[in-house]
Design a protein. Structure first.
Ligand SMILES: NC(=O)c1ccc[n+]([C@@H]2O[C@H](COP(=O)([O-])OP(=O)(O)OC[C@H]3O[C@@H](n4cnc5c(N)ncnc54)[C@H](O)[C@@H]3O)[C@@H](O)[C@H]2O)c1
Length: 355
């Protein structure tokens, strides 16, 4: 009986392959040093394949992931040659929706006060986590155009919320809070203006919260929530919200901790395969220049290690990130002079030193 873990590696487009190469080298070295059995299987899903073959995820690809893999380690998608991002919708939304990965988990943890654009806020003040619903809302592609390309064009996107979908993400946020000793769960919605979906979120939040009497609850309309995250981030602990609001709030969170080069995320469905990806996109403006910060991909790898029960490796990565930042062994977006590859190697050396 082996406890081999199989990981599908999808580097994607732009800086995706650069940061995933760096993160993967670190993860391979760490798991080998720990004597863990991991198999890393590359998938060439991305713009090149799409342009060459018209294929996003090959037939049977999702089923194969579900049946034969423990996790996906994903880079980013986005290519100027595909301006409507058709391949991104098929591949990334295809995996999130097709695998029913309803939890999008985005921790916002400041590692060094100097990276926070807010005055007098340090790691103690900026430490919260956003749980974004990941399978519904405006992203379901329900809608259409008519009178397209005329002055009378009409475009409709439906915002879909189901009791099942809303309840399971809210419950996940409370379960996370309970298991991690967190004190409070905050709901962000727009129930003052968006009546039907907003009311569903409100009622479901109250019903689920009643099952967790030891966890405080809190509510903000999402516009005020955005303001409060900037004004007093220390107020927040666990935030749960819908797909669109979560998309925006979690990038705001990335801005509070030093930008996209440091932000990691996971797409989960307990008991199923999970997908881990840096929050950033393919950054065509710096792709191929060895400039991309690999730390977001490394922290994404740490999140994946925690999920797979490799807590010592995850902790070694997190501590090493703090150390490379303190030592300025980082890329130029964080004020360092290293390229992607060298910054990844510096991180790997520190991780290995801790295992
Ligand atoms: N999950 C995804 O795959 C995903 C997410 C967001 C955007 N996108 C796609 O990526 C493409 C570019 O989008 P964008 O420019 O809006 O967002 P982006 O995240 O790619 O880049 C935004 C800015 O942040 C910088 N940046 C991003 N990651 C960085 C890193 N690791 N190190 C240093 N700097 C970094 C970029 O250089 C750019 O200036 C688009 O096609 C978009 O649709 C994909």
């Amino acid at each position: 009986m082996t406890d081999l873990k199989r990981i599908a590696v999808v580097p994607g487009d732009g800086i995706g392959p650069e940061v995933i190469d760096a993160g993967l080298a670190m993860l391979k070295a760490a798991t080998e040093k720990r004597g863990r059995a991991f198999e890393w299987v590359h998938k060439d899903w991305g713009a090149e394949k799409w342009l060459r073959e018209g294929v996003g995820i090959p037939e049977g690809g999702l089923k194969d992931l579900e049946e034969n893999y423990d996790a996906v380690y994903f880079g980013a998608l986005g290519d100027p040659r595909i301006p409507d991002m058709a391949h991104g919708r098929e591949i990334l939304l295809g995996m999130r929706f097709g695998l029913d990965l309803f939890v999008n988990m985005r921790p916002v943890e400041l590692v060094a006060a100097e990276f926070c654009p807010l005055k007098n806020k340090g790691p103690d003040e900026v430490n919260f986590i956003v749980f974004r619903e990941n399978t519904e809302d405006l992203y379901v592609s329900v809608g259409g155009n008519f009178k397209k390309n005329t002055p009378d064009e009409v475009a409709v996107d439906e915002s879909v919320h189901t009791r099942k979908g809303v309840e399971r993400i809210i419950r996940y946020a409370f379960e996370f809070a309970k298991s991690q000793g967190r004190r409070k769960v905050t709901l962000g919605d727009k129930s003052n203006a968006v009546r039907f979906g907003g009311s569903l979120w409100q009622r479901t939040f109250k019903a689920v919260a009643a099952e967790y009497p030891n966890i405080d609850t809190d509510h903000f309309f999402v516009d005020v929530l955005a303001m409060e995250l900037v004004r007093r981030p220390e107020h927040f602990d666990v935030i749960v919200t819908g797909n669109l609001f979560g998309d925006i709030l979690s990038d705001l969170g990335a801005g509070l901790v030093g930008g996209l080069g440091l932000a990691a995320s996971g797409n989960l469905h307990p008991g199923k395969i999970a997908l881990f990806e840096p929050v950033h996109g393919s950054a065509p403006d710096i792709a191929g220049e060895d400039k991309a910060n690999p730390i977001a991909a490394a922290l994404t790898g740490a999140m994946m290690m925690t999920y797979l029960g490799e807590n010592d490796i995850a902790q070694a990565i997190q501590e090493s990130v703090q150390e490379v930042i303190a030592a300025r062994e980082v890329t130029s977006d964080l004020g360092g002079a290293l390229g992607t590859k060298a910054a990844g190697e510096a991180l790997t050396q520190r991780v290995l030193g801790k295992l």
